[in-house]
Structures are given as C-alpha cells and as structure tokens.
Design a protein around this ligand. Structure first.
Ligand code: B16
Ligand code: MG
Length: 227
C-alpha cells in the first residue's frame, strides 16, 4: 500500500524563506511605525501577502490609516524587497532530506504536488532548480480562499487527478495543517508545536519515504473497515 501522491507546502518545507519574508515585512512595517519581531512573524507562516499585511496593521493599531490603495502599495514594496532577497536562493537552499525524498517518490511512481500560497512559488522553484520535479503546482493566483481553507490542497489533488483520501499533505504552518485536514488528506507537520497533525516530525531530515510509507500503512490499517 502506498499513497498516490504527496503534496508539499513550499516555504518551510521545501526551503526556508520565512526569514526573508520577515526582513521584508520588518522594513515596511517600520516605515509605517510598526515594530514586529520573529515571534510575530511565525504567525504569518502560510498566510497570504494581503492577509499578512492586515495582521501587521492590526498589530500596530493602524488599520484605519491604510485604505486599499495604500495597502496595495505597501504589499508591492514588501514584495519587491522579498523578490530581491530571493536571488540568494540556490539549489543548496533546499532543506535537508527533500532531494532524496523527491527522488524516491519519483522512483516509487508516487505523484508530487505543490500547494503553496506564494505568488512567487514558480520563481522560488526555479532558483532551487526544482521546477521539473513537481507533477502539478496549484496556482496561488487563482485562489479565492487562503489556508486554512482546503481550496489549494483540493486544487492540487484535482491537478494530479487523485482524491484527497489517496494523498499525504506536508506543512510547516498551523493554517496549512488545518487546510490539509479539512481537505480529507492525511497531514504531516514539520516543526514543533503544530496541533492536529496526523504525524508530527521535528524537521525535514525525518521526512523520508520509509517514514511516510510506514505512516501510510499504519493509518490505512487503523481506518480499515472491520469484518
Ligand atoms: P508571497 P507557503 C507562504 O508560502 C508563506 O509561508 C507566507 O509567509 C507568505 O506570506 C505567503 O506564502 C505569500 O507569499 O508574498 O510570496 O505571495 O508556506 O504557502 O509556501
Ligand atoms: Mg509554509
């Protein structure tokens, strides 16, 4: 028994861009007179660009000072700073264990999907040298509802032509785990303190094919109808 597909989040699972997002948000927040720290930034993981800005403005008590046009200008400036920082990414920036897992999934005939809400996902995959490794990447630009809504994971399943019950989803953010669970896939969390992940691993080093296969078989046995 094996899953038909494994669907990955990007930031925090394939590579770690959280610090680059933080530096860019910290710069534009400071320009608006708002101070944010790394702890606050943790709460922005998996949250879309405009929703992240909204949280920052709320944190600084400045929501009323920024109308839609002003918000779009701040988000565009943040993105320009972030995109500039993405030039630091190279194939060496892929998190440990991921290249071996992608190779093993391909060898096993398990489809590989991407469910990132980042509009920069295609550029990030190119910088990492992984653009040909995914069978289907859900388009964040077409999303109507961001994580924790399951929409992006369901779009990835549809693009891969599999049902959620045949898939494993991998995430580093609480909103992402909730999105996977709501889609009906099995969830694997990477990192500490994630609630409701069906399997929680400390880092991508532990995210091996044998670990996933063992987890899959165990779950299928536990949920098999009894005779
Ligand atoms: P962008 P993921 C998410 O990516 C990041 O975790 C989140 O911090 C970011 O705000 C969001 O992408 C949008 O990114 O501004 O590049 O469109 O974790 O879903 O891969
Ligand atoms: Mg993430």
């Amino acid at each position: 028994m094996k899953p038909q597909a494994v669907i990955f989040d990007l930031d925090g699972v394939i590579t770690d861009t959280a610090h680059l997002h933080f530096v860019a948000w910290r710069t534009v927040a400071a320009e608006a007179g708002i101070v944010i720290d790394e702890h606050f930034n943790d709460g922005l993981k998996g949250i879309s660009r405009m929703a992240s800005l909204e949280r920052i403005l709320r944190h600084g008590g400045k929501e009323a000072e920024f109308d839609q046009a002003a918000r779009e200008a701040v988000a565009a400036r943040k993105n320009a700073i972030y995109v500039e920082a993405l030039s630091q990414l190279t194939p060496e920036s892929v998190l440990p264990g991921i290249p071996a897992l992608l190779a093993e999934l391909k060898a096993q005939g398990v489809k590989i999907g991407l469910a990132s809400v980042s509009l920069n996902a295609p550029a990030i995959l190119r910088a990492l040298g992984l653009q040909t490794h995914f069978d289907f990447c859900a388009d964040a630009g077409k999303l109507r509802r961001s994580k924790p809504d399951p929409e992006i994971f369901l779009a990835a399943c549809a693009g891969l032509n599999v049902t959620p019950a045949q898939c494993i989803g991998v995430e580093d953010a609480q909103a992402g785990i909730e999105a996977i669970n709501a889609s009906g896939m099995l969830s694997v969390g990477i990192g500490k303190g994630l609630r409701q992940a069906d399997l929680l691993l400390e880092s991508t080093v532990e995210l091996t094919w044998s670990r996933l296969q063992h987890f899959w078989n165990q779950q299928q046995r536990e949920h098999a109808p009894s005779h």
